[in-house]
Design a protein around this ligand. Structure first.
Ligand code: GLN
Length: 489
């Protein structure tokens, strides 16, 4: 079952010419046919194009091309529906883009293709990445492979569910406030959000431009390091990408973590945290200590303001970014007697309830008279939150937290209560506000029903190496990541 392999396992088999890339993508396509009617991770799939890419990879391998030259040669990867792939639909989980097909590749897609990957499929998501459960998709509800009555998390729920149910080897996601890490935790895989500026956002449809980052969902930490290597780097098309040297992330995984200082934030292990999650995190912290890490208490005093701050800044930026969907330039158009009527009819029909709620909220906090009281104040608090972290990172190499306060919740359970849903982001959003990097790794299970729990490691800006190393050491000393959902047995 080639679709069950990790990227590094597949690469060694391809390099040894034991198998073909066509067989690998065929394995994914067969699995999609088998399990996706229950999971509903994929919005669309161009099998013909995927097979053609695989044949091209097999040809390149036969002609002597190596994985040293093209590290992802022949590896099937799927993409969240918010990242532009030339010639493929781009809907962002929304009706407003209609039948829009992307005329170009995002920088990350160009990079994956240049590295030889087979980029296939469009993965479901909350509309414009707004949500924590993938229930806000205009098209379908994706289900958690561990319990199909529950959500896979969100907004990259399609990506997480597809990886966990072996429908692809790994997937791209985007993370504005936790949308890679939280679904990775709730579905049971690895989710990496790089530091702001590490990976180009060119070709990522913007939700909140100062918070958005592209990252990956993988079966193991090593694969996240491999993908980050390919995705990273400054890009002339994204002025917020940073010309920082890109270290060798796979080499950085080597060695032990003895003496690494890990911070435990006292503000994070408090009320609202599910007892089973707390137990799993306590166990993970003990395990990290066993591996030689030193646990240090740190304080992040502005934690309680993080959600309010995020939901002002993110909605403000979203209201501006989503102004472009006006029925004139892209996708859906509902005609009206004059342009104003055309705009409002188009946006009324094209956007879902959560997107409308956020546009209203964002427009309000930016409006004259309220700008200073809300938006400007939120930006100031954002600085305080960032300073909390930078101060903590003077004492520690990384910070350990739960990824999500609970395991996967039931579909419908929080759908009518946006505030309850927003609270799911408590441990993840600060990283976006402060520009940090973060990773979630499986660290245990809740019982009855058995549901994955994630451990989050946060690193300072451009500190991916250390969080990957700690996450890898932890993962390799435990077996949580090897467990498979019952659906796949
Ligand atoms: N759940 C958060 C929100 O709804 C984060 C989403 C994201 O990271 N894209 O905004």
């Amino acid at each position: 079952m080639l679709n069950q392999l990790t990227i590094s396992e597949l690469v060694s088999k391809l390099a040894a010419r034991e198998i073909s890339s066509r067989a690998a993508i065929q394995g994914c396509l067969d699995q999609i046919e088998k399990v996706d009617p229950q999971i509903r991770a994929f919005l669309s799939l161009d099998a013909k194009d995927a097979l053609a890419q695989a044949d091209a990879a097999d040809k390149a391998l036969a002609s002597g091309m190596t994985h040293a030259q093209r590290p992802l040669l022949g590896v099937p990867l799927a993409t969240k529906d918010v990242i532009a792939v030339n010639g493929q639909p781009l809907n962002c989980g929304s009706k407003i883009l209609g039948k829009f097909v992307s005329p170009y590749d995002a920088t990350v897609i160009q990079k994956l293709k240049a590295a030889g990957a087979i980029v296939f499929g469009r993965l479901n998501m909350d509309e414009f990445a707004m949500g924590s459960s993938t229930e806000n998709s205009a098209f379908q509800i994706t289900r958690n492979p561990w319990d199909t009555s529950r959500t896979p998390g969100g907004s990259s729920g399609g990506s997480a569910a597809a990886v966990v149910s072996d429908q692809c080897l790994a997937a791209l996601g985007s993370d504005t406030g936790g949308s890679i890490r939280q679904p990775a935790a709730l579905s049971g895989c690895v989710g990496l959000k790089p530091s702001y500026g590490r990976v180009s956002r060119y070709g990522l449809v913007a939700f909140a431009s100062s918070l958005d980052q592209i990252g990956c969902l993988t079966k193991q930490v090593r694969d996240a390091a491999t993908l980050l290597q390919v995705l990273s780097g400054v890009d002339a098309c994204d002025s917020t990408s940073v010309p920082q040297p890109v270290p060798n992330y796979n080499a950085g995984l080597m060695g032990d973590i003895a003496g690494v200082k890990l911070g435990l934030a006292k503000e994070y292990m408090v009320g609202g945290l599910d007892p089973e999650v707390k137990q799993a995190i306590d166990g993970a912290v003990k395990q990290l200590e066993k591996l030689g890490a030193e646990i240090v208490e740190v304080s992040l005093p502005h934690t309680e303001y993080a959600i309010a701050t995020y939901y002002i800044i993110a909605t403000a930026e979203a209201s501006a970014n989503l102004a472009r969907f006006d029925g004139i330039r892209y996708g859906l158009r509902v005609d009206g007697a004059d342009p104003i009527e055309l705009y409002s009819r188009t946006r009324g029909a094209g956007f879902g309830a959560e997107v409308k709620r956020r546009i209203l909220l964002g427009t309000y906090v930016l409006s004259s008279g309220y700008y200073d009281a809300y938006y400007l104040r939120a930006q100031k608090v954002r600085t305080l939150i960032r300073q909390d972290f930078l101060k903590a990172f003077e004492k520690v190499d990384a910070i350990v937290t739960p990824t999500s306060p609970t395991a996967a919740f039931k579909i419908g359970e929080k759908a009518d209560d946006p505030l309850q849903m927003y609270l799911m982001d408590i441990f993840t959003i600060s990283a976006n506000l402060a520009g940090l990097c973060g990773i979630s790794v499986p660290c245990g299970f809740a019982r009855t029903p058995k549901l994955p729990i994630g451990l989050q490691l946060l690193g300072k800006p451009f500190g991916e190496e250390i969080i990957l190393k700690v996450a890898h050491a932890y993962e390799q000393s435990t077996s949580w990541h090897r467990e498979k959902p019952p659906l796949l047995r």
